[in-house]
Design a protein around this ligand. Structure first.
Ligand SMILES: *Cc1c(COP(=O)(O)O)cnc(C)c1O
Length: 430
């Protein structure tokens, strides 16, 4: 289900009228006004390119949250059953829409906790090392929280990360990890690997890994394969069920616009749904719904991802995510992906049109191997360039040692945003 590559569809131009033409015919253009765009001092819109870090607020969030505040005000504890959206099964309101975002069956998805918590819960069940097979594979430049999580799991099981953690590096002089190198690693060391746990899209380089292929390769060697989709969920098309991924986790405050510290997602493949023998850390909300309130001492897990829940649902956080998922459901990941390819392709084209030795793009050129964000390496780690962007009301982020990430989000960024960004960059970067 590949979307056409940006360059195949459009020959980009550098003039402003091109951006205006693209905005005029953009089928998702109307979604911009569903979001609050932060303002500069002069009340004009900021150029916001940070949806990969914290997505903007849908204007409907307030009403969704106020509904629950109002039911709490009027009903107190009775809201669990008699609120307009009863709180007892509130998380179920999110399941189908979230499942569509990641290409999963509803039984495979649950919204709960936060990302790193879910990653640990998944490793409790799916990292089951033995003396012979105990290694974990992760990319060398993975997000720190993921590195801490896998290292602490190794130690928890009595293994030394120096021996049992395999970090995938790019080749010397390269920035990206080659799939063929992942392949040869699995070929060579597969029998000692218990778990491959990588990001779907690397937060630093913006490289999208070939999750389907990696899962296939891992499974051939009986390795469990899980992904951290923090930068992939709501950004690229995912087919977790079809790809046969064992588990996945993601946060919802980045591309999924659920607000700071928003509640996270978790995927467990249907193959594992009925396996009651998997070790897991249990809590009452994962217990069979029919008998949960009998308050018996023995844990009987719900079949599917819901069986990993621990606690009752943080309804206020879920309310804001609901507002956002409604928008995703209406727009659809196909349309979001099609615009993403165009918008990011346009950003790349304009960046390449700036004649300057002060920066280079390290994100893959192939649209199938990246999402929205482009990582721009700044020569000599010159952070003053980034500071100047902020002064001009351009919001993107700096990642040590030397990268500026720019992420146009298809639901609220326009081609004109990208054009205006480049006009500033031409002054600042040259
Ligand atoms: C954003 C991000 C996190 C953040 O973890 P939280 O538990 O939500 O604080 C973790 N891993 C990756 C890859 C991320 O991009």
């Amino acid at each position: 289900m590949k979307t056409a590559t940006a360059s195949a569809v459009t020959s980009f131009r550098t003039d402003e009228s091109f951006a205006k033409e693209m905005d005029a015919k953009d089928p998702l253009g109307k979604f911009r006004e569903r979001f609050f765009i932060p303002k500069k001092k002069d009340r004009s819109d900021m150029l916001y390119f940070c949806g990969n870090s914290l997505g903007l607020q849908p204007k409907t969030v307030r009403a969704f949250v106020e509904q629950e505040l109002s039911d709490w005000e009027k009903l107190g504890v009775e809201g669990h059953f008699h609120a307009k959206n009863p709180w007892m099964p509130y998380h179920e309101l999110l399941t189908e829409k979230m499942a569509r975002v990641v290409g999963a069956k509803p039984v495979e998805v649950v919204v709960m906790n936060t990302l790193t918590v879910n990653l640990h819960l998944m490793m409790v069940s799916f990292y089951r090392p033995t003396a012979k097979r105990n290694k974990i594979v992760i990319e060398a430049s993975a997000f720190p929280s993921d590195q801490y999580a896998v290292k602490s799991q190794l130690k928890f099981h009595g293994f030394d990360p120096n021996d049992s953690l395999i970090e995938l590096h790019p080749r010397k002089g390269e920035d990206l990890i080659r799939t063929e190198d992942i392949e040869s690693l699995i070929e060579k060391e597969g029998d000692s690997i218990a778990l491959i746990m990588m990001s779907g899209i690397n937060y630093y380089t913006g490289q999208a890994f070939d999750m389907k292929r990696i899962t296939e390769l891992g499974h051939k060697k009986n390795i469990v394969v899980g992904f951290d989709l923090a930068h992939a969920a709501g950004n690229i098309q995912l087919y977790l069920h079809e790809w046969d991924v064992d588990f996945a986790v993601w946060c919802s405050y980045k591309y999924l616009n659920s607000g700071p510290g928003g509640i996270a997602g978790c995927f467990v493949h249907e193959r594992h749904a009925e396996n009651k023998d998997l070790p897991r850390f249990a809590g009452w909300w994962g217990h069979d719904k029919k008998t949960r309130f009998l308050m018996g001492p023995d844990f009987i897990p719900i079949e599917g991802a819901e069986g990993w829940q621990l606690s009752n649902s943080p309804v206020l956080a879920m309310a804001s995510l609901r507002a956002s998922l409604d928008i995703f459901d209406e727009a659809g990941m196909d349309a979001i992906s099609a615009k993403r390819n165009l918008l990011t392709g346009y950003l790349e084209f304009l960046l390449n049109s700036i004649q300057s030795k002060n920066f280079s793009i390290i994100t893959p050129k192939d649209p199938a191997r990246r999402g929205s964000h482009l990582s721009i390496r700044i020569m000599n780690s010159n952070k003053t360039l980034f500071n100047k962007l902020i002064e001009h009301g351009i919001i993107c982020d700096w990642r040590e040692p030397d990268v500026i990430r720019v992420a146009p989000a298809p639901l609220y960024n326009s081609f004109t945003d990208v054009f205006q960004l480049i006009q500033q960059l031409k002054i600042i970067f040259v």
